[in-house]
Design a protein around this ligand. Structure first.
Ligand code: ADP
Ligand code: ZN
Length: 210
């Protein structure tokens, strides 16, 4: 099964993607995580992406399309994958089509803009492995420490309130048209994001069964 998770920044698509990934035993491919790892390692791509990410802008299509082409050609993606954070623009969606990739389902996690800022202010990520947490909705076992690797939990630079506003604007302009793109292909399912992660997961799993 090939699944796309769509949604505004901070809507919780990454969290749902990880849960479904474990359940179906297929990898999650998160362009955000791949870019952040490149940034940390100061690779050529990471350095190119830095100014965009930190300003809350999208990294250019050709860069992310290249990332996705490489990643999806790896053997672990052969029996299915979950895309988290890709596509984010119509040209990116068309690139997937051109690669001959058939998407089975697009799950759009909907959260009102008013609630996004609140969610983002509590978001924390692991400095070492990139796992994502929330001070209210997805607490680690020990405050400030990653469950997965023991790394330090920090706030992402692009989760600063001003940057979040810019990311939301970009989302509405560039990414939201993808809902129509996939609805017209009969692939789109809308899931209303709930306060509790487990409630959203229940809706997500149901959406995947239908
Ligand atoms: P979130 O879903 O919380 O907004 P991500 O971790 O998916 O965050 O992405 C963080 C940043 O990485 C984006 O704001 C953007 O700059 C860049 N990025 C990630 N995926 C893409 C993409 N498909 N196209 C362009 N830029 C991307
Ligand atoms: Zn970690």
């Amino acid at each position: 099964m090939n699944i796309i998770f769509l949604g505004a920044p901070g809507a919780g698509k990454g969290t749902q993607a990880e849960i479904v990934s474990k359940k179906l035993s297929i990898p999650t491919v998160s362009t955000g995580n791949i870019i952040r790892a490149a940034l940390k390692d100061e690779t050529e791509m990471g350095l190119k992406a830095k100014e965009y990410i930190e300003a809350g802008k999208l990294v250019p299509d050709d860069v992310v399309i290249g990332i996705i082409k490489d990643r999806l050609s790896e053997s672990d993606c052969a029996k299915g994958f979950i895309l988290d954070g890709f596509p984010r623009t119509i040209p990116q969606a068309k690139a997937l089509d051109d690669m001959g990739i058939v998407i089975d389902k697009v799950i759009d996690i909907e959260v009102a803009d008013e609630n996004i800022a609140k969610r983002m202010s509590g978001r924390r990520v692991c400095k070492s492995c990139g796992s994502s947490y929330h001070t209210e909705y997805k607490k680690p076992a020990k405050e400030g420490v990653c469950n997965a690797c023991g790394g330090e939990l920090v706030r992402r630079k692009d989760d600063a309130p001003e940057t979040v506003l810019e990311r939301l604007k970009v989302y509405h302009e560039e990414t939201e048209p993808l809902k129509e793109y996939y609805a017209s292909k009969g692939k789109l399912v809308i899931v209303e994001g709930q306060e509790e992660v487990s409630d959203t997961t229940a809706l997500t799993l149901k959406a995947l069964e239908d």
